[in-house]
Every structure is written in structure tokens, then in C-alpha cells.
Design a protein around this ligand. Structure first.
Ligand code: MN
Length: 160
């Protein structure tokens, strides 16, 4: 299916960063027909992983506090964060102290991504072709529930 253009711009990404002080790419919305994903391992104040999917000229992004599930049967919280520019797909480096997300960023996994289905902006079904993450995955937005906020999703691998 064709990817929908992202409704969120990169404004939030740019607003949080001073590009004279961080090595992160400034980037912009790009038209690409590549379909890739990356998971960054981010040693910030608290270690976490960031899942980024190439959709609509940006990298839609989710923070996964406990890391992505490598097997079916594990559901992980994924908190949606600001879209990142496509250039971020291979970013690795150290964000200096005093900057947003200060700490070391490494690529944990990357590869092909294909969006299979997107329903009402709250259900994504997709395949990942990485070294660690391979197969069909889901991201489902959590309605209400015990965890406050409207940016919380569940991230899990489909049963094979
Ligand atoms: Mn992060």
C-alpha cells in the first residue's frame, strides 16, 4: 500500500535541537522510494531503543524503553516521539551533555521495511528485514488504559 504522508512535520524535531551543538543531522522532508527502518540503541540518561520507520518522507519514531521484541509473545511499550529526518537512518554519534537526548547513539538494527496496513492512524502492520528484527510486526495504539497519555503504543511480533 502507498505510505501516507506524515501529518506531523519535522518542526518538533528541529525545535528541540541546536544544530551547532549536536552532531545530529538537521535534515528535511525528503521524497524517497526506499523503505527502511532503523532501531537506535540510545544511551541517554536512561538506556532505551528508538524504532524509526521510513514513511511519507520522514522517519516516524517510537521510543521503546525495554527494547524491541525479537520473538512473538512479547509485548513492549512504544512511546511515539517526534518524526526524524531521513538522514537520521544511519546516524551514530555522541550527543553532548546539555543537549536534548545527550548520550551515545548506535545503530542496533536496520534493514528493509514494508508497511502492509495502516488503519485509522492507530494500527500499523509491517514487515522488518533486519538482522535482529525479521518478520511481521504490529504497532497498536493503546486507548486509555493504565498508562496515561495518547502516545503509547504496543509493539509486538506476529506469531509465525
Ligand atoms: Mn532516544
Amino acid at each position: 500500500m502507498p505510505a501516507k504522508a506524515s501529518k506531523v512535520s519535522l518542526k518538533e524535531y528541529k525545535g528541540r535541537r541546536d544544530f551547532l551543538r549536536t552532531p545530529e543531522p538537521e535534515g528535511r522532508r525528503e521524497k524517497t522510494d526506499k523503505k527502511r527502518f532503523v532501531v537506535h540503541e540510545h544511551h541517554a540518561r536512561r538506556l532505551h531503543w528508538d524504532l524509526r520507520l521510513e514513511i511519507g518522507g520522514v522517519l516516524r519514531s517510537w521510543t521503546v524503553p525495554k527494547g524491541p521484541p525479537e520473538k512473538p509473545g512479547i509485548k513492549r511499550l512504544a512511546v511515539q516521539t517526534e518524526d526524524h529526518p531521513i538522514d537520521y537512518i544511519d546516524f551514530e554519534g555522541v550527543i553532548p551533555e546539555g543537549n536534548y537526548g545527550a548520550g551515545t547513539v548506535k545503530v542496533w538494527d536496520t534493514g528493509g521495511f514494508e508497511l502492509l496496513e495502516e488503519k485509522r492512524s492507530r494500527e500499523l502492520k509491517f514487515t522488518l528485514g533486519g538482522k535482529r528484527l525479521k518478520g511481521t510486526y504490529f504497532l497498536l495504539k493503546i486507548k486509555g488504559g493504565k498508562i496515561p497519555g495518547d502516545k503509547n503504543w504496543l509493539f509486538f511480533k506476529a506469531k509465525e
